[in-house]
Design a protein around this ligand. Structure first.
Ligand code: GLY
Ligand code: MN
Ligand code: MN
Length: 456
Protein backbone atom coordinates (compact mmCIF):
# COMPACT_ATOMS: atom_id res chain seq x y z
CA UNK A 1 0.00 0.00 0.00
CA UNK A 2 2.80 2.31 1.00
CA UNK A 3 4.65 1.52 -2.22
CA UNK A 4 1.52 2.11 -4.26
CA UNK A 5 1.08 5.52 -2.61
CA UNK A 6 4.59 6.52 -3.44
CA UNK A 7 4.12 5.42 -7.08
CA UNK A 8 0.96 7.49 -7.21
CA UNK A 9 2.76 10.42 -5.64
CA UNK A 10 5.49 10.02 -8.22
CA UNK A 11 2.97 9.96 -11.05
CA UNK A 12 1.26 13.00 -9.60
CA UNK A 13 4.54 14.95 -9.37
CA UNK A 14 5.26 14.01 -12.97
CA UNK A 15 1.88 15.36 -14.01
CA UNK A 16 2.53 18.51 -12.03
CA UNK A 17 5.92 18.88 -13.67
CA UNK A 18 4.37 18.37 -17.11
CA UNK A 19 1.78 20.99 -16.29
CA UNK A 20 4.49 23.45 -15.20
CA UNK A 21 6.41 22.80 -18.40
CA UNK A 22 3.37 23.39 -20.65
CA UNK A 23 3.94 26.55 -22.68
CA UNK A 24 1.13 28.44 -21.05
CA UNK A 25 -1.83 27.50 -18.94
CA UNK A 26 -4.69 29.90 -19.30
CA UNK A 27 -6.27 31.20 -16.14
CA UNK A 28 -8.65 34.11 -16.52
CA UNK A 29 -6.64 37.20 -15.61
CA UNK A 30 -8.46 39.98 -13.89
CA UNK A 31 -7.49 43.31 -12.43
CA UNK A 32 -7.50 43.48 -8.60
CA UNK A 33 -11.05 43.54 -7.20
CA UNK A 34 -10.33 46.95 -5.66
CA UNK A 35 -10.16 48.44 -9.19
CA UNK A 36 -13.73 47.33 -9.91
CA UNK A 37 -14.81 48.80 -6.57
CA UNK A 38 -13.25 52.17 -7.47
CA UNK A 39 -15.20 52.18 -10.75
CA UNK A 40 -18.46 51.53 -8.92
CA UNK A 41 -17.71 54.33 -6.47
CA UNK A 42 -17.01 56.78 -9.32
CA UNK A 43 -20.17 55.85 -11.17
CA UNK A 44 -22.31 56.06 -8.05
CA UNK A 45 -20.83 59.44 -7.09
CA UNK A 46 -21.80 60.82 -10.52
CA UNK A 47 -25.48 59.74 -10.38
CA UNK A 48 -27.80 60.55 -7.46
CA UNK A 49 -30.21 57.68 -8.14
CA UNK A 50 -30.22 53.90 -7.85
CA UNK A 51 -28.32 52.13 -10.62
CA UNK A 52 -29.11 48.55 -11.53
CA UNK A 53 -27.23 46.47 -14.09
CA UNK A 54 -27.63 42.89 -15.21
CA UNK A 55 -25.04 40.39 -16.38
CA UNK A 56 -25.76 37.97 -19.19
CA UNK A 57 -27.71 34.83 -18.35
CA UNK A 58 -25.87 32.43 -20.65
CA UNK A 59 -29.04 32.10 -22.74
CA UNK A 60 -28.22 34.96 -25.10
CA UNK A 61 -27.61 32.59 -28.01
CA UNK A 62 -28.92 29.19 -29.05
CA UNK A 63 -25.73 28.46 -31.01
CA UNK A 64 -24.23 25.24 -29.55
CA UNK A 65 -20.69 26.64 -29.85
CA UNK A 66 -21.59 29.67 -27.72
CA UNK A 67 -19.19 30.23 -24.83
CA UNK A 68 -20.35 32.52 -22.02
CA UNK A 69 -18.73 35.94 -22.02
CA UNK A 70 -19.93 38.55 -19.55
CA UNK A 71 -21.85 41.68 -20.59
CA UNK A 72 -19.15 44.34 -20.89
CA UNK A 73 -20.50 47.12 -18.67
CA UNK A 74 -21.34 44.57 -16.02
CA UNK A 75 -17.87 43.07 -16.19
CA UNK A 76 -16.25 46.51 -16.11
CA UNK A 77 -18.01 47.31 -12.82
CA UNK A 78 -17.85 43.93 -11.10
CA UNK A 79 -15.15 41.69 -12.59
CA UNK A 80 -17.76 38.95 -12.19
CA UNK A 81 -17.70 36.49 -15.06
CA UNK A 82 -20.57 34.08 -14.38
CA UNK A 83 -24.18 33.87 -15.50
CA UNK A 84 -27.31 35.42 -14.07
CA UNK A 85 -25.91 38.13 -11.77
CA UNK A 86 -27.07 41.69 -11.10
CA UNK A 87 -25.55 44.79 -9.52
CA UNK A 88 -27.33 47.44 -7.46
CA UNK A 89 -25.65 50.74 -6.58
CA UNK A 90 -27.50 52.80 -4.00
CA UNK A 91 -26.81 56.56 -3.92
CA UNK A 92 -25.35 58.12 -0.79
CA UNK A 93 -28.47 60.25 -0.37
CA UNK A 94 -30.47 57.09 0.41
CA UNK A 95 -28.91 57.09 3.87
CA UNK A 96 -31.15 60.09 4.72
CA UNK A 97 -34.12 57.86 3.94
CA UNK A 98 -33.02 55.10 6.26
CA UNK A 99 -30.78 53.03 4.00
CA UNK A 100 -28.07 51.41 6.13
CA UNK A 101 -25.25 49.09 5.28
CA UNK A 102 -23.45 48.61 2.02
CA UNK A 103 -24.49 50.79 -0.90
CA UNK A 104 -23.39 48.22 -3.45
CA UNK A 105 -24.87 44.78 -3.67
CA UNK A 106 -24.01 41.91 -5.96
CA UNK A 107 -26.94 39.58 -6.60
CA UNK A 108 -26.14 36.00 -7.59
CA UNK A 109 -28.34 33.06 -8.49
CA UNK A 110 -28.36 30.33 -5.84
CA UNK A 111 -26.07 27.41 -6.57
CA UNK A 112 -27.52 24.52 -8.51
CA UNK A 113 -25.61 21.27 -7.80
CA UNK A 114 -27.33 19.39 -10.64
CA UNK A 115 -26.34 22.04 -13.19
CA UNK A 116 -22.81 22.22 -11.79
CA UNK A 117 -22.36 18.54 -12.65
CA UNK A 118 -22.66 19.57 -16.29
CA UNK A 119 -21.13 23.04 -16.35
CA UNK A 120 -18.70 23.07 -13.44
CA UNK A 121 -18.78 25.00 -10.20
CA UNK A 122 -20.17 28.52 -9.93
CA UNK A 123 -19.93 30.90 -7.01
CA UNK A 124 -23.11 31.36 -5.03
CA UNK A 125 -24.42 34.00 -2.62
CA UNK A 126 -24.02 31.76 0.43
CA UNK A 127 -20.50 30.50 -0.32
CA UNK A 128 -18.03 30.90 2.54
CA UNK A 129 -15.70 33.86 1.86
CA UNK A 130 -18.02 35.26 -0.82
CA UNK A 131 -17.14 38.86 0.13
CA UNK A 132 -13.44 38.26 -0.42
CA UNK A 133 -14.10 36.34 -3.63
CA UNK A 134 -16.22 39.08 -5.15
CA UNK A 135 -14.93 42.28 -3.51
CA UNK A 136 -18.50 43.14 -2.45
CA UNK A 137 -19.34 43.78 1.21
CA UNK A 138 -22.84 42.52 0.47
CA UNK A 139 -23.81 39.61 -1.76
CA UNK A 140 -27.41 38.43 -1.86
CA UNK A 141 -29.52 35.95 -3.69
CA UNK A 142 -30.92 37.27 -6.96
CA UNK A 143 -34.55 36.96 -5.93
CA UNK A 144 -34.06 39.70 -3.28
CA UNK A 145 -33.38 42.35 -5.91
CA UNK A 146 -37.00 42.93 -6.93
CA UNK A 147 -38.28 44.06 -3.52
CA UNK A 148 -35.17 46.07 -2.66
CA UNK A 149 -35.45 47.98 -5.93
CA UNK A 150 -39.17 48.54 -5.47
CA UNK A 151 -38.55 49.94 -1.96
CA UNK A 152 -35.80 52.26 -3.19
CA UNK A 153 -38.01 53.54 -6.00
CA UNK A 154 -40.41 54.99 -3.42
CA UNK A 155 -37.82 57.71 -2.74
CA UNK A 156 -36.35 58.07 -6.23
CA UNK A 157 -38.34 59.12 -9.31
CA UNK A 158 -35.55 57.89 -11.57
CA UNK A 159 -33.76 54.53 -11.82
CA UNK A 160 -30.67 54.13 -14.01
CA UNK A 161 -30.18 50.96 -16.00
CA UNK A 162 -29.15 49.93 -19.52
CA UNK A 163 -31.78 50.94 -22.05
CA UNK A 164 -31.83 49.47 -25.56
CA UNK A 165 -29.83 51.61 -27.99
CA UNK A 166 -30.78 52.40 -31.60
CA UNK A 167 -28.82 49.40 -32.87
CA UNK A 168 -29.98 46.87 -30.29
CA UNK A 169 -32.76 45.17 -32.23
CA UNK A 170 -31.89 41.51 -32.16
CA UNK A 171 -29.86 41.89 -28.94
CA UNK A 172 -32.67 41.80 -26.40
CA UNK A 173 -30.60 41.97 -23.18
CA UNK A 174 -31.23 45.66 -22.42
CA UNK A 175 -34.82 45.53 -23.67
CA UNK A 176 -35.68 42.50 -21.52
CA UNK A 177 -34.05 43.75 -18.34
CA UNK A 178 -35.23 47.34 -18.60
CA UNK A 179 -38.75 45.90 -18.89
CA UNK A 180 -38.07 43.85 -15.76
CA UNK A 181 -36.98 47.04 -13.92
CA UNK A 182 -40.05 48.91 -15.19
CA UNK A 183 -42.31 46.13 -13.93
CA UNK A 184 -40.61 46.25 -10.51
CA UNK A 185 -40.77 50.06 -10.27
CA UNK A 186 -43.80 51.11 -12.35
CA UNK A 187 -43.90 54.69 -11.07
CA UNK A 188 -40.18 55.42 -11.74
CA UNK A 189 -38.84 56.77 -14.98
CA UNK A 190 -35.93 54.77 -16.39
CA UNK A 191 -32.73 56.51 -17.46
CA UNK A 192 -29.88 55.04 -19.48
CA UNK A 193 -26.65 54.49 -17.55
CA UNK A 194 -24.68 53.30 -20.61
CA UNK A 195 -23.11 56.62 -21.56
CA UNK A 196 -21.88 57.26 -17.99
CA UNK A 197 -20.22 53.83 -17.93
CA UNK A 198 -18.88 54.41 -21.44
CA UNK A 199 -17.25 57.66 -20.31
CA UNK A 200 -15.37 55.76 -17.61
CA UNK A 201 -14.48 52.87 -19.92
CA UNK A 202 -12.79 55.18 -22.41
CA UNK A 203 -9.85 55.84 -20.07
CA UNK A 204 -7.92 52.66 -19.50
CA UNK A 205 -6.25 51.73 -16.21
CA UNK A 206 -2.67 50.41 -16.24
CA UNK A 207 -4.13 46.96 -15.56
CA UNK A 208 -6.37 47.19 -18.61
CA UNK A 209 -3.45 48.34 -20.75
CA UNK A 210 -1.42 45.32 -19.64
CA UNK A 211 -4.29 42.99 -20.63
CA UNK A 212 -4.73 44.77 -23.96
CA UNK A 213 -1.07 44.26 -24.77
CA UNK A 214 -1.64 40.55 -24.12
CA UNK A 215 -4.33 40.63 -26.79
CA UNK A 216 -2.15 42.65 -29.18
CA UNK A 217 1.01 40.52 -28.94
CA UNK A 218 -0.39 37.17 -30.14
CA UNK A 219 -2.38 39.04 -32.77
CA UNK A 220 0.87 40.47 -34.12
CA UNK A 221 2.38 36.98 -34.08
CA UNK A 222 -0.62 35.71 -36.05
CA UNK A 223 -0.08 38.40 -38.71
CA UNK A 224 3.58 37.37 -39.00
CA UNK A 225 2.44 33.74 -39.42
CA UNK A 226 -0.05 34.76 -42.12
CA UNK A 227 2.62 36.73 -44.01
CA UNK A 228 4.98 33.77 -43.86
CA UNK A 229 2.47 31.16 -45.04
CA UNK A 230 0.75 33.30 -47.69
CA UNK A 231 0.80 31.92 -51.23
CA UNK A 232 -1.59 31.41 -54.14
CA UNK A 233 -3.53 28.16 -53.87
CA UNK A 234 -4.44 28.49 -50.21
CA UNK A 235 -8.03 29.29 -49.27
CA UNK A 236 -8.96 32.32 -47.22
CA UNK A 237 -10.24 30.11 -44.39
CA UNK A 238 -6.89 28.32 -44.14
CA UNK A 239 -5.09 31.57 -43.46
CA UNK A 240 -7.72 32.53 -40.88
CA UNK A 241 -7.40 29.09 -39.25
CA UNK A 242 -3.66 29.58 -38.77
CA UNK A 243 -4.16 33.02 -37.25
CA UNK A 244 -6.86 31.80 -34.87
CA UNK A 245 -4.58 28.93 -33.84
CA UNK A 246 -1.80 31.38 -32.97
CA UNK A 247 -4.18 33.43 -30.80
CA UNK A 248 -5.70 30.42 -29.08
CA UNK A 249 -2.34 28.76 -28.39
CA UNK A 250 -1.08 31.96 -26.75
CA UNK A 251 -4.05 32.05 -24.38
CA UNK A 252 -6.62 34.25 -26.14
CA UNK A 253 -10.05 32.98 -25.13
CA UNK A 254 -11.65 33.94 -28.42
CA UNK A 255 -11.35 36.17 -31.46
CA UNK A 256 -12.02 39.87 -30.88
CA UNK A 257 -14.32 39.74 -33.94
CA UNK A 258 -15.00 37.44 -36.83
CA UNK A 259 -11.76 37.08 -38.85
CA UNK A 260 -11.64 38.97 -42.15
CA UNK A 261 -9.38 37.43 -44.80
CA UNK A 262 -10.47 39.06 -48.05
CA UNK A 263 -8.72 38.35 -51.32
CA UNK A 264 -9.30 40.00 -54.69
CA UNK A 265 -12.79 41.53 -54.78
CA UNK A 266 -13.37 40.36 -51.20
CA UNK A 267 -10.71 42.80 -50.03
CA UNK A 268 -13.21 45.58 -50.79
CA UNK A 269 -15.95 44.15 -48.51
CA UNK A 270 -15.45 45.83 -45.15
CA UNK A 271 -16.66 43.06 -42.83
CA UNK A 272 -16.19 40.11 -45.23
CA UNK A 273 -16.55 36.85 -43.30
CA UNK A 274 -17.30 34.04 -45.77
CA UNK A 275 -13.63 33.15 -46.25
CA UNK A 276 -14.32 30.55 -48.94
CA UNK A 277 -12.31 31.86 -51.90
CA UNK A 278 -9.12 30.32 -53.27
CA UNK A 279 -6.25 32.79 -53.18
CA UNK A 280 -4.97 33.50 -56.70
CA UNK A 281 -1.65 34.76 -58.01
CA UNK A 282 -1.72 38.56 -58.23
CA UNK A 283 -4.43 38.96 -55.55
CA UNK A 284 -4.22 41.47 -52.79
CA UNK A 285 -5.10 39.95 -49.38
CA UNK A 286 -6.65 42.04 -46.64
CA UNK A 287 -6.20 40.48 -43.18
CA UNK A 288 -8.25 42.09 -40.40
CA UNK A 289 -7.81 39.50 -37.67
CA UNK A 290 -7.10 39.82 -33.94
CA UNK A 291 -7.61 38.00 -30.68
CA UNK A 292 -9.20 38.78 -27.34
CA UNK A 293 -7.44 38.24 -24.02
CA UNK A 294 -9.12 38.32 -20.60
CA UNK A 295 -12.05 40.14 -22.13
CA UNK A 296 -9.94 42.76 -23.95
CA UNK A 297 -9.89 43.12 -27.72
CA UNK A 298 -7.20 44.05 -30.18
CA UNK A 299 -7.92 45.07 -33.77
CA UNK A 300 -5.24 44.78 -36.45
CA UNK A 301 -5.28 44.88 -40.25
CA UNK A 302 -2.49 44.30 -42.70
CA UNK A 303 -2.85 44.08 -46.48
CA UNK A 304 -0.35 41.94 -48.34
CA UNK A 305 0.22 40.55 -51.84
CA UNK A 306 -0.74 36.87 -52.28
CA UNK A 307 2.48 36.07 -54.14
CA UNK A 308 4.83 38.11 -51.96
CA UNK A 309 5.31 41.10 -54.34
CA UNK A 310 2.94 44.06 -54.60
CA UNK A 311 2.11 45.03 -58.21
CA UNK A 312 2.91 48.64 -59.07
CA UNK A 313 -0.76 49.62 -58.66
CA UNK A 314 -1.20 47.69 -55.41
CA UNK A 315 1.93 49.37 -54.10
CA UNK A 316 0.73 52.82 -55.16
CA UNK A 317 -2.62 52.45 -53.38
CA UNK A 318 -0.96 50.80 -50.36
CA UNK A 319 1.44 53.70 -49.97
CA UNK A 320 -1.37 56.24 -50.14
CA UNK A 321 -3.18 54.41 -47.31
CA UNK A 322 0.05 54.25 -45.34
CA UNK A 323 0.64 57.97 -45.98
CA UNK A 324 -2.84 58.75 -44.65
CA UNK A 325 -2.21 56.62 -41.58
CA UNK A 326 1.13 58.33 -40.95
CA UNK A 327 -0.47 61.78 -41.41
CA UNK A 328 -3.09 60.94 -38.79
CA UNK A 329 -0.44 59.50 -36.45
CA UNK A 330 1.71 62.61 -36.84
CA UNK A 331 -1.19 64.75 -35.58
CA UNK A 332 -2.27 62.34 -32.84
CA UNK A 333 -2.25 63.81 -29.34
CA UNK A 334 -4.68 64.74 -26.57
CA UNK A 335 -7.30 67.23 -27.74
CA UNK A 336 -7.63 65.81 -31.25
CA UNK A 337 -10.93 64.15 -32.19
CA UNK A 338 -11.57 60.93 -34.07
CA UNK A 339 -14.21 62.48 -36.33
CA UNK A 340 -15.85 65.76 -37.24
CA UNK A 341 -14.87 68.40 -39.80
CA UNK A 342 -12.79 70.79 -37.65
CA UNK A 343 -9.01 71.22 -37.67
CA UNK A 344 -8.71 68.72 -34.78
CA UNK A 345 -10.38 65.94 -36.80
CA UNK A 346 -8.11 62.98 -37.51
CA UNK A 347 -10.68 61.64 -39.96
CA UNK A 348 -10.39 64.86 -41.97
CA UNK A 349 -6.59 64.64 -41.99
CA UNK A 350 -6.72 61.10 -43.38
CA UNK A 351 -9.46 61.94 -45.90
CA UNK A 352 -7.61 65.05 -47.13
CA UNK A 353 -4.48 62.95 -47.63
CA UNK A 354 -6.29 60.22 -49.58
CA UNK A 355 -8.27 62.71 -51.63
CA UNK A 356 -5.14 64.58 -52.67
CA UNK A 357 -2.99 61.57 -53.62
CA UNK A 358 -3.46 59.22 -56.55
CA UNK A 359 -6.35 58.76 -58.97
CA UNK A 360 -8.76 56.02 -60.01
CA UNK A 361 -8.80 54.61 -63.54
CA UNK A 362 -11.09 57.48 -64.66
CA UNK A 363 -8.69 60.09 -63.29
CA UNK A 364 -10.86 60.94 -60.28
CA UNK A 365 -9.46 61.50 -56.81
CA UNK A 366 -9.65 58.65 -54.33
CA UNK A 367 -11.64 60.15 -51.42
CA UNK A 368 -14.83 58.43 -52.64
CA UNK A 369 -13.15 55.06 -52.04
CA UNK A 370 -12.46 55.78 -48.37
CA UNK A 371 -15.85 54.71 -47.07
CA UNK A 372 -15.54 54.31 -43.29
CA UNK A 373 -14.33 56.13 -40.22
CA UNK A 374 -10.64 56.38 -39.38
CA UNK A 375 -10.86 55.22 -35.82
CA UNK A 376 -12.80 53.81 -32.91
CA UNK A 377 -12.02 53.09 -29.29
CA UNK A 378 -10.96 49.56 -28.33
CA UNK A 379 -11.27 47.82 -24.96
CA UNK A 380 -13.70 45.24 -23.63
CA UNK A 381 -15.42 45.67 -26.99
CA UNK A 382 -13.56 45.88 -30.27
CA UNK A 383 -15.75 48.95 -30.86
CA UNK A 384 -15.67 50.43 -27.38
CA UNK A 385 -18.20 53.13 -26.54
CA UNK A 386 -17.29 56.78 -27.19
CA UNK A 387 -18.37 59.48 -29.60
CA UNK A 388 -16.31 60.77 -32.56
CA UNK A 389 -16.43 64.32 -31.15
CA UNK A 390 -14.99 63.55 -27.70
CA UNK A 391 -11.50 65.04 -27.50
CA UNK A 392 -8.85 62.40 -27.03
CA UNK A 393 -7.30 62.10 -23.57
CA UNK A 394 -4.30 60.23 -22.21
CA UNK A 395 -5.24 56.64 -21.38
CA UNK A 396 -7.57 56.16 -24.34
CA UNK A 397 -6.87 53.33 -26.79
CA UNK A 398 -8.06 53.77 -30.36
CA UNK A 399 -7.42 52.33 -33.80
CA UNK A 400 -6.03 54.29 -36.72
CA UNK A 401 -7.32 52.51 -39.82
CA UNK A 402 -7.61 54.33 -43.12
CA UNK A 403 -8.55 52.32 -46.20
CA UNK A 404 -9.17 52.57 -49.93
CA UNK A 405 -11.57 50.12 -51.59
CA UNK A 406 -11.85 50.10 -55.41
CA UNK A 407 -14.15 47.22 -56.46
CA UNK A 408 -13.55 47.95 -60.18
CA UNK A 409 -9.88 47.03 -59.59
CA UNK A 410 -10.48 44.14 -57.12
CA UNK A 411 -8.35 46.21 -54.80
CA UNK A 412 -9.03 46.95 -51.15
CA UNK A 413 -6.29 48.15 -48.79
CA UNK A 414 -6.65 48.87 -45.08
CA UNK A 415 -3.89 49.32 -42.53
CA UNK A 416 -5.03 49.24 -38.92
CA UNK A 417 -3.02 49.75 -35.77
CA UNK A 418 -3.89 50.19 -32.10
CA UNK A 419 -2.57 53.23 -30.25
CA UNK A 420 -2.58 54.48 -26.68
CA UNK A 421 -2.98 58.23 -26.26
CA UNK A 422 -0.21 59.59 -23.99
CA UNK A 423 0.12 63.05 -22.38
CA UNK A 424 2.31 64.23 -25.26
CA UNK A 425 1.20 62.10 -28.21
CA UNK A 426 0.72 58.37 -28.59
CA UNK A 427 2.28 54.96 -28.21
CA UNK A 428 1.82 52.46 -31.04
CA UNK A 429 0.80 49.25 -29.28
CA UNK A 430 1.21 47.35 -32.55
CA UNK A 431 4.65 48.80 -33.38
CA UNK A 432 6.26 45.35 -33.62
CA UNK A 433 4.26 44.55 -36.78
CA UNK A 434 5.86 46.26 -39.80
CA UNK A 435 3.75 48.41 -42.09
CA UNK A 436 6.05 49.33 -45.00
CA UNK A 437 5.96 47.59 -48.38
CA UNK A 438 9.63 46.64 -48.20
CA UNK A 439 9.38 45.13 -44.74
CA UNK A 440 6.25 43.14 -45.62
CA UNK A 441 7.85 41.80 -48.82
CA UNK A 442 10.96 40.83 -46.85
CA UNK A 443 8.95 38.90 -44.23
CA UNK A 444 7.07 37.13 -47.02
CA UNK A 445 10.30 36.29 -48.88
CA UNK A 446 11.80 34.87 -45.67
CA UNK A 447 8.61 32.85 -45.17
CA UNK A 448 8.95 31.40 -48.65
CA UNK A 449 12.58 30.40 -48.03
CA UNK A 450 11.56 28.69 -44.77
CA UNK A 451 8.68 26.88 -46.50
CA UNK A 452 10.85 25.68 -49.34
CA UNK A 453 13.80 24.56 -47.22
CA UNK A 454 14.40 20.87 -47.92
CA UNK A 455 13.23 18.81 -44.95
CA UNK A 456 15.70 16.24 -43.59
N1 GLY B 1 -12.24 44.68 -37.29
C1 GLY B 1 -13.32 45.58 -37.25
C2 GLY B 1 -12.88 46.96 -37.40
O1 GLY B 1 -11.79 47.20 -37.86
O2 GLY B 1 -13.48 47.89 -36.98
MN1 MN C 1 -11.20 48.63 -36.30
MN1 MN D 1 -10.25 45.72 -37.75
Amino acid sequence: MKKRNSILRGAFSLLLLAACMAPMLRAWEREPLSVFGERRARLSAAIDAPIVLFGYTGHEEANPSYVFMQEENFYYLTGHNEEGAALLLVPESAEKNGWSGSREILYLPPRDPAKEKWNGPRIGPDDPGIREKTGFARVETFSNLHDTLAALAKNYPEIYTELPGPHDEGFPHAANWSKWVKDATPQASLKDVSSAVGTLRAIKTPGELALMQKAVDPSIDAHFAAMKMMRPGLYEYQVAAKMVEVHAYAGCETEAYSPIVGTGINSTVLHYDKLDRRIEDGDIVLLDVAGQYAGYASDITRTIPANGKFTARQREIYEIVLGAQNAALAALKPGMTIGGQGPASLQKIAMDYIDSHGKDKEGRSLGQYYIHGLSHHVGLDVHDPSGPARPLEPGMVITIEPGIYIPEENLGVRIEDDVLITPTGYKLLTARLPRSVDEIEKIMADGRVEREKPRP
